[in-house]
Design a protein around this ligand. Structure first.
Ligand SMILES: Nc1ncnc2c1ncn2[C@@H]1O[C@H](COP(=O)(O)OP(=O)(O)OP(=O)(O)O)[C@@H](O)[C@H]1O
Ligand SMILES: [Mg+2]
Length: 270
């Protein structure tokens, strides 16, 4: 039998000499009679990319939504840098340094890269000046961030609706790091991208971790992205954790086996 599911989750691995940025323990969340999370756990460490994988309905998005303040949870502990996280809304999560890049990217197609980067958080002038958007300053800041991400060739003035999927994903990533977060959460960042665009996004995600951020990636791209471009893999099933692997020690097949059943309780990450 596979229980207790939560017991194998989120144990410190070799990178865990540093304290976790986020530590979720035994998180439970039900929608009426549907138990979306039945004691899910996850640690997010600085400098590490952790993949959250599992079959459809395993509870990945629900756990991410709890992390990002989109929904609350029924019981369990959510610690941020060792303290109970006071996160009730997505704005709380953002203010505390947790950024989420959702699958739909939430970009405005008719706006350009600069406008999208600063959407809702524009640098504005003083009130007596009508809080006019300081476009020039926004552009300088946008250029800095894109240059840091080695995306200096991206057009700042073309509507993002006219850009490729990979370019749009890059803009969504740039927007997430504009306000120097501690943790960035990605929902399926390489889905529907060409091989080369996915490789570029994977490199960007790695560079975030290299800068010391904690990165969480929900992905179904097990055989490519997950095993090749992450550090640790947490496998969820039926709202709980069933296995934990160090990415370099595992094959895609082993991860898929854990997702669908078999090798319960594997914890090769320790
Ligand atoms: N708002 C909701 N109301 C009722 N049930 C929900 C709600 N959100 C999620 N669930 C249920 O909770 C379970 C976990 O869903 P979740 O979206 O977290 O899965 P997932 O791992 O992200 O799956 P996928 O890979 O398909 O995105 C599913 O059974 C789902 O039907
Ligand atoms: Mg989901």
């Amino acid at each position: 039998m596979s229980e207790p599911m939560a017991a194998v989750a989120g144990r410190p691995n070799e990178a865990a000499s540093q304290a976790p940025l986020i530590s979720m323990r035994d998180i439970r969340k039900s929608y009426g009679s549907v138990h979306a999370l039945r004691g899910a756990s996850l640690d997010v460490l600085p400098g590490e990319v952790v993949a959250l994988v599992g079959d459809n309905g395993a509870g990945k998005s629900t756990l991410v939504k709890v992390m990002a303040g989109v929904i609350g949870f029924d019981s369990g502990d959510y610690l941020l840098e060792g303290q109970p996280a006071k996160i009730r809304t997505p704005a709380d999560a953002t203010a505390l340094g947790i950024q989420t890049v959702y699958q739909d990217l939430s970009l405005c197609n008719n706006l350009d890269a600069v406008q999208n980067l600063f959407l809702g958080r524009e640098l504005t002038g003083p009130r007596w000046f009508g809080r006019r958007v300081r476009r020039a300053e926004c552009e300088v800041r946008a250029r800095e961030v894109l240059a840091r991400m080695r995306l200096g060739s991206l057009s700042l003035t073309r509507p993002v609706g006219a850009m490729s999927g990979g370019q749009r994903q890059n803009i969504a990533i740039a927007r997430s790091i504009l306000w120097t977060p501690k943790v960035v959460i990605f929902d399926e960042p390489t889905a529907a991208l060409s091989h080369s665009a996915a490789a570029q996004v994977a490199a960007l995600i790695r560079s975030l971790a290299d800068d010391g951020l904690g990165v969480v990636v929900v992905s179904h791209d097990i055989h490519h992205f997950v095993v090749n471009s992450t550090d640790r893999i947490e496998v969820m099933r039926l709202g709980g954790n069933v296995a934990s692997f160090r990415s370099k020690d595992v094959t895609g097949e082993q991860v898929v086996n854990a997702m669908v059943g078999g090798n319960e309780g594997a914890n090769l990450a320790v």
